[in-house]
Design a protein around this ligand. Structure first.
Ligand code: HSE
Length: 299
């Protein structure tokens, strides 16, 4: 039995559209076993327990690349990362599937090779990179090559994930983005990404509020998320360090310096007044990334 644990992720971090991402201490756990025949998937909803399952698709892609003929496979998932909420649930499935396949085939793929395959499947590297490496990552794809760098974080950060009870697919959330952007908006984001990385490196947390602002995606996507603007304004009023849409949404991430009980109480009260139900999750950065918990091939 091969057991793989993968953290949740939050992509973009405000201005870093499709390139910045961070890993959070909320995990999906995946169990893999080669069987004599067929496909068994446990822990996913019935409509996804078949050959269209993303974990299985990712495994198949990896087996093909490795030239490994699999007889049958059993996959079990323990889901803790909310699905279609912008917290990297799909990225966790892709990364786990590739690691599981590499272990079954005894191929020992490097994290860089896993990143390359995972990016090809996901289409952009900003969730799969932190899911693999942990921490905060910068990642981009050029041709078949994926370049990445882990960001040095000088001071501890605390995160609050405001997670609504409705889903938003990445596809729907990408469809509302413009085909072209204004030059000034490009400059707005480039300067803030640079400020964000430097502020994290130097522990200049007072800069994060300005550095986490975005003009490339949030305002377009905000219309799909009930209460998005008012939530952002409330968080700013409550003096948080930064607030941004998590990946393609609809989760909103709030950054604070320490645990902030007052913020938790006030934002929970505010969210109760909205039509949808919102859960507030208190999270930290995961610095480990995807991890094989056990590889017991003697079963
Ligand atoms: N960077 C991606 C987006 C993350 O914002 O669409 C979601 O997969």
């Amino acid at each position: 039995m091969i057991i793989v644990r993968v953290p949740a992720t939050s992509a973009n971090i405000g201005p870093g559209f499709d390139c910045l991402g961070l890993a959070l201490n909320l995990y999906n756990t995946f169990y893999f076993e080669e069987t004599e025949d067929g496909l068994i998937i446990e822990g996913c909803e019935p409509s996804l327990s078949n050959e269209n399952n993303l974990i299985y698709i990712s495994m198949k892609k990896c087996f093909k690349r490795l030239g490994y003929e699999i007889k049958g496979i059993k996959i079990k998932v323990e889901h803790n990362i909310p699905i279609s909420r912008g917290l990297g649930s799909s990225a966790s499935c892709i990364v786990a599937g590739i690691i599981g396949a590499s272990e079954i085939a005894k191929a020992g793929l490097s994290k860089e090779e896993i990143l390359e395959i995972a990016t090809e499947i996901e289409g952009h590297p900003d969730n799969v990179a932190p899911a693999l490496f942990g921490g905060i990552t910068v990642a981009l794809q050029e041709g078949n090559q994926v370049y990445y760098s882990k960001v040095n974080i000088a001071k501890p950060l605390k995160f609050y994930a405001l997670v609504p009870d409705f889903k938003l697919s990445t596809q729907q959330s990408r469809e509302v983005l413009p085909k072209q952007i204004n030059f000034k908006d490009g400059v707005f984001n480039v300067s803030r990404v640079a400020l964000l990385i430097s502020a994290l490196n130097n522990g200049e947390l007072e800069l994060l509020k300005t550095a986490c602002a975005d003009k490339l995606h949030e305002s377009y996507r905000g219309v799909l998320i009930e209460g998005f603007q008012s939530i952002k304004e409330k968080c700013k009023e409550l003096n948080c360090k930064g607030v941004f849409l998590s990946g393609a949404g609809p989760t909103v991430i709030v950054l604070t310096e320490d645990s902030n009980e007052k913020f938790y109480i006030e934002i929970s009260k505010f969210l109760k007044e909205l039509d949808s139900n919102w859960e507030v999750k208190t999270l930290n950065i995961d610095f480990t990334g995807a991890k094989i918990l056990k590889d017991d091939t003697c079963n």
